[in-house]
Design a binder for this molecule. Structure first.
Ligand code: FAD
Length: 417
């Protein structure tokens, strides 16, 4: 069923009787050519591109809960491609280009809104670092602008410019950055994949792998054994647990909670996405008016999808320091998601030592913006057994070879990436 303005008007005039479910609820089959574990953004996008771009059939996505229940529906919706390093920038720009045509591509309104992402700087050294990053972006053909304090003031006059400790000296703006409605991304990919024959099987937890002579032959699930030619694992915060079932126990990934916050609805005030450079705090405003904000991960490993109060306090302090008016807004809701924090802050899209088993993870706080490119590149790897050009650096062996893609130069400390 094609969605269009004409369809909306027709249904409005005829009692909304013509809408069909956006995807089926199929029973699992005995065997598929491709089984994708994880019905988050990355798993669904992988299945979509496997079917659409690589012409593959007999594909299933297995999701232990409901699609959109993981990080894809829990993030703060920011998209951007303002990276410094060559290992990252072409990949995230590929993703940005896919975002720009995504709604037409999968015929679903995901509310892609390119309102700009502004990173504030508060010291001369930070401004120099941003200048370097802005130049690196331009060398990769990506839009970037350096603003001075007056330029920032014109965009966001409500910020605390003259804070004696953290004065705002300027900012790095990516005008094409912005936000996308996160759960609509899951729904759009699910609908697109389903319409191309992909079975999306919810309430189907993978509980083990069947591996014979070093090759994966299928997965054990809460709904029985499902045979598979190839298995792709895209379970984000559960990466360590799921890969351990295949005997892969030493992933360079830790799981941490990240929290998000939404205020009551306010009149439009925040022009795009603004990130604080002197603390970990970032904010945007949703179409319903809520201020959507967040900050650091909780300081311990966890698989709980909720966080603790010390980080709440830390995030709110960051907000108050940057824009004191936020203290008058009431908090409406907050939640947590489990982050797959890699040791250099960059992701992994690679084969594993088990023949036929492929891995996608290590997205840290930044995997939502990567969703389209991650799906495309993972599908490329699954379909062709070769990495996509923009994801060549995202290999497991970079940790062994010392070829880390440490975007912030922080070393193996997850909370600093
Ligand atoms: C609070 C918060 C804010 C964030 N903000 C941003 C942001 O602004 N911008 C950005 O780019 N990124 C952001 N992120 C990160 C981003 O959301 C994630 O990196 C990305 O969504 C992870 O990929 P995914 O969508 O596939 O994960 P998920 O949606 O978590 O999908 C993984 C799925 O695997 C399923 N699963 C797990 N184990 C099994 C099993 N055994 N069997 C079957 N299924 C299983 C889970 O139920 C889950 O649905 C944020 C994350 C959080 C939590």
């Amino acid at each position: 069923m094609h969605y269009s303005g004409f369809k909306v008007i027709k249904e409005a005039l005829t009692g909304h009787k013509g809408w069909k479910p956006a995807w089926r609820d199929p029973q699992p089959q005995d065997r598929y050519d491709y089984v994708i574990i994880g019905g988050g953004g990355h798993g669904l996008a992988t299945a979509y591109y496997l079917a659409k771009e690589f012409g593959k059939a007999r594909i299933a996505v297995l999701e232990k809960g409901w699609i959109g229940g993981g990080n894809v529906g829990r993030n703060t919706t920011i998209i951007r491609s303002n990276y410094l390093l060559d290992g990252n920038e072409p990949f995230y720009e590929f993703s940005m280009k896919l975002w720009e045509g995504l709604e037409q591509d999968f015929n679903f309104n995901a509310m892609v809104s390119q309102r700009g992402v502004l990173n504030l700087c508060h010291t001369d050294a930070q401004r120099d670092a941003y200048r370097r990053r802005a130049n690196a972006m331009r060398l990769n053909g990506v839009d970037s602008e350096l603003l001075d304090a007056e330029g920032v003031r014109r965009m966001a006059p409500f910020l605390n410019f003259d804070n004696a400790r953290f004065p705002i000296k300027g900012g790095l703006l990516q005008p094409r950055g912005g936000t996308v409605r996160h759960d609509a991304v899951a729904w759009g990919y699910a609908r697109g994949a389903d319409s191309r024959g992909v079975d999306i099987i919810q309430n189907c937890e993978v509980t083990g792998f069947r591996i014979e002579n070093g090759k994966v032959t299928g997965v054990e699930t809460s709904r029985g054994f499902i045979g598979a030619g190839k298995v792709g694992c895209a379970v984000a915060g559960s990466s360590g647990r799921v890969m351990a079932m295949a005997g892969i126990n030493r992933l360079p990934i830790e799981s941490h909670v990240l929290q998000a916050f939404v205020s009551e609805g306010l009149k439009p005030v925040i022009p795009g996405v603004i990130t604080y450079g002197a603390g970990h705090f970032y904010v945007s405003q949703s179409d319903k008016g809520g201020l959507v904000f967040g900050g650091d991960i909780d300081g311990y490993n966890s698989y709980a999808q909720r966080g603790n109060l010390p980080v709440v306090e830390d995030v709110c302090e960051g907000g108050m320091s940057l824009m004191p008016m936020i203290g008058r807004a009431r908090l409406l809701r907050m939640w947590g998601g489990i982050m797959d924090m890699s040791m250099d802050g960059s992701p992994i899209i690679d084969r594993t030592d088990v023949d036929g088993l492929y891995f996608n993870g290590g997205w840290c706080y930044g995997g939502f913006k990567a969703t389209p490119a991650s799906g495309w590149c993972f599908a490329h790897l699954l379909a062709t057994d070769t990495p996509h050009d923009t994801a060549k650096a995202y290999r497991f062996d970079r940790f062994r070879k010392g070829l880390m893609i440490d975007e912030k130069g922080m070393g193996a400390q997850p909370n600093l990436h």
